[in-house]
Design a protein around this ligand. Structure first.
Ligand code: FE2
Length: 323
């Protein structure tokens, strides 16, 4: 147990949103609306703001049409209230990290930060409220994605990047460790399930995937069937299957730009403060992937770069563990 989990320097509450660049906004919106079942909160010529059917916050996915290839502009986290943003600004300034106020449509005051040479992430306490579509069953489509759950980033040094987020109050619910004890996968959480931010070792920093919760297997299969209808059959990249870590039931899709969407069943609860980190052995593959085909090479090696963030020269994709 880290003291910073119980007494964080400021209070991050959960993973909030992901910002992606896309080549064709119409094609991307069709994918996320029809297949995943996300709702469009707002749309302009060049930007789309989407949310799950359970979500009242303005967006959990922002798509920006740009001619720069498929990148991730930032990962978003929520903090509990506006004063946590000021505490965060002071925290990053004291460390010498990059942290600047930015304007973001549909959300309140926003702090964009970057620790060391890592990926950009933004913090906000408020978003414009939208109707909850959960009981508007006639509006549900595809896999009827409920809410954003977590993001997974690929980083060259899981321990170093993990330390930065542990200091922000994240806790390692689970980890994957080599026989030497070195951790090459970290499942970090602030909300009451095992993951808000997953770190996996590899060439990075890059965004490996982001995960939306769907209600049940029928919805998950309906997303797969819809993918087939829309010509995305070959882009059902992995699964359905089950992870050992998190006991997560999953399926992964690649969107029209190659960004990776995971749909998962509702995760297990994880919140009691005395529970230690559950450590999985990297060599016990049958426990990490209990059944089914191993992850493909493209699942293990392909990921989304962050906008204007250079890849570290460190990090060996071949050492990636299949989670
Ligand atoms: Fe995941």
């Amino acid at each position: 147990m880290t003291d910073s989990y119980l007494n964080p320097p400021f209070r991050i509450t959960r993973t909030s949103h992901v910002r992606l660049t896309v080549a064709d906004l119409d094609a991307s919106c069709a994918f996320y609306e029809s297949l995943a079942g996300l709702c469009v909160s707002e749309r302009t010529e060049t930007e789309a703001y989407l949310r799950g059917v359970e979500e009242v916050a303005h967006h959990s996915l922002v798509l920006r049409q740009a001619g720069i290839g498929a990148t991730c502009d930032a990962i978003g986290f929520r903090v509990l209230e506006p004063r946590d943003l000021d505490l965060a600004k002071a925290w990053f300034d004291a460390r010498g990290d990059s942290a600047e106020w930015v304007e973001r449509h549909g959300q309140g005051r926003t702090l964009l930060a970057r620790m060391d040479e890592g990926f950009p992430f933004e913090l906000t306490a408020e978003m414009t409220l939208m109707p909850r579509v959960l009981t508007d069953y006639a509006a549900h489509r595809g896999g009827r994605a409920l809410r954003l759950d977590h993001v997974q980033a690929v980083v060259p040094d899981v321990e170093a990047t993990g330390k930065g987020f542990l200091d922000l109050g994240f806790r390692a619910a689970e980890a994957i460790a080599e026989p030497t004890g070195r951790r090459i996968g970290l499942f970090l959480h602030r909300k009451n399930n095992p993951h808000d931010l997953v770190l996996a070792m590899g060439q990075g920093p890059r965004l490996h995937h982001f995960a939306f919760v769907t209600a049940d297997l029928q919805s998950m299969f309906r997303a797969c069937d819809t993918a087939g209808n829309l010509g995305f059959g070959p882009d059902v990249e992995r699964g359905p299957g089950r992870h050992g870590p998190g006991n997560g039931a999953f399926v992964y899709f690649r969107d029209p730009d190659g960004h990776r969407l995971e749909m998962i069943l509702p995760p297990m609860q994880f919140m009691d403060a005395e529970e230690p980190t559950h450590v999985w052995s990297s060599v016990e593959k049958h426990q990490i992937v209990p059944w089914g085909a191993p992850a493909s090479q493209r699942w293990r090696e392909e990921a989304t770069p962050f906008t204007d963030v250079a890849l570290s020269t460190e990090g060996d994709p071949a050492r990636w563990v299949s989670t």
